[in-house]
Design a protein around this ligand. Structure first.
Ligand code: ATP
Length: 305
């Protein structure tokens, strides 16, 4: 469990992070989202104990990061925004060196890290000959050498091409089976591809903390049926339907009342009962980019509890 309590980080008068609180349960995969300069990296550095908060605290499995950073770092893997990598070393030598710095046996740890990140066939290549995607995987490999319980990944897909992004997402999904993962990005699709919860920061403040399924839920549904079906008359009496609007050619937009899946079942039952064919019926899923844009404009801020 990771708990951030009223985190503040100031640089002079400027608050880069301003009263951020959240708690992350074991096994969750959480996306930390925000525009450039929103405060994502600063939050991650405080979670991992690389910088100290000006006020507030971080507890990892109940251990205070500020008072016991080494105990916390033993449980954490961290891919920083820019990783200091020695370009003249081979992949295997770099990982062996990192393992030794962590007090680990390279022979017992490096092969697994290479396997998990699918870097085994690059093990003896010099780092400066690797593509950016492979360098990012190496960054992840060094973060998982000690099989950490928590993985903090700062913009893991930054600068990757679409194919490398797919590889990185598959890798993260895989690692998430064994670890609690927090990753930062400014791309909402990245979060939807791998995360089950989104934290959105704006100007150092937390403005959204929600599960993706809740964020995307909408009160609209779409129906496609026969052009001449009397949809309006059939659905009018249903408690789960607020309003129906014909879009023409048998397409309808339905404003729902209450929870989406129950409402959809009731609508389907009513239509089938009236012998109306259903070509398609589904709740609308809210557009993620629109949610991100809205969150960045809204007045609302989640108060540090
Ligand atoms: P990006 O997506 O560009 O990486 P971010 O959300 O990670 O952005 P941070 O790097 O956390 O943002 O920076 C938050 C704010 O704090 C920015 O305005 C940044 O300029 C400022 N900041 C970060 N580090 C320092 C520092 N050492 N001294 C002064 N200001 C800093």
């Amino acid at each position: 469990m990771i708990e951030a309590r009223q985190l503040v980080r100031r640089y002079g008068e400027f608050a880069a992070v301003d009263g951020v609180s959240f708690s992350i349960s074991p096994g969750e995969v959480v996306g930390l989202l925000g525009h450039n300069g929103a405060g994502k990296t600063t939050i991650m550095k405080m979670l991992t104990g690389y910088i100290e908060p000006s006020s507030g605290e971080v507890l990892v499995d109940g251990i205070d990061v500020q008072s016991e950073p080494l105990a916390v770092q033993a449980k954490m893997g961290y891919l920083p925004e820019s990783l200091p990598i020695y370009p003249e070393l081979t992949v295997a030598d770099y990982l062996a060196h990192t393992a030794q710095l962590r007090g680990l046996d390279p022979q017992a740890t490096v092969p697994d890290a290479l396997d998990s990140t699918q870097l085994a066939d690059k093990a003896f290549e010099r780092i400066d000959t690797l593509s950016r995607g492979y360098k990012q995987r190496l960054g992840v490999a060094q973060a998982i050498l000690h099989k950490p319980k928590f993985l903090i990944l700062d913009e893991p897909s930054n600068g990757l091409d679409p194919n490398q992004i797919q590889h990185m997402r598959a890798l993260i999904r895989n690692l998430a089976q064994q670890a609690t993962v927090i990753l930062s990005t400014h791309i909402m699709q990245e979060v939807s591809a791998v995360c089950d919860r989104a934290l959105i920061v704006r100007g150092g403040k937390l403005v959204v903390d929600e599960r993706l399924s809740d964020l995307q839920r909408s009160t609209q549904a779409h129906l496609r049926t026969n052009e001449d079906a009397a949809v309006d008359a059939i659905l009018r009496g249903l408690a789960s339907v607020q309003e129906t609007t014909s879009l023409g050619d048998g397409a309808w937009s339905i404003e729902l009342q209450g929870e989406g899946t129950n409402a959809i079942s009731a609508i389907a039952a009513a239509l089938v009962g009236a012998d109306v064919p259903i070509y398609s019926l589904a709740p609308e899923s809210r557009d993620l980019e629109a949610i991100f844009t809205e969150a960045n404009q809204a007045e609302e801020v989640i108060d540090a509890a």
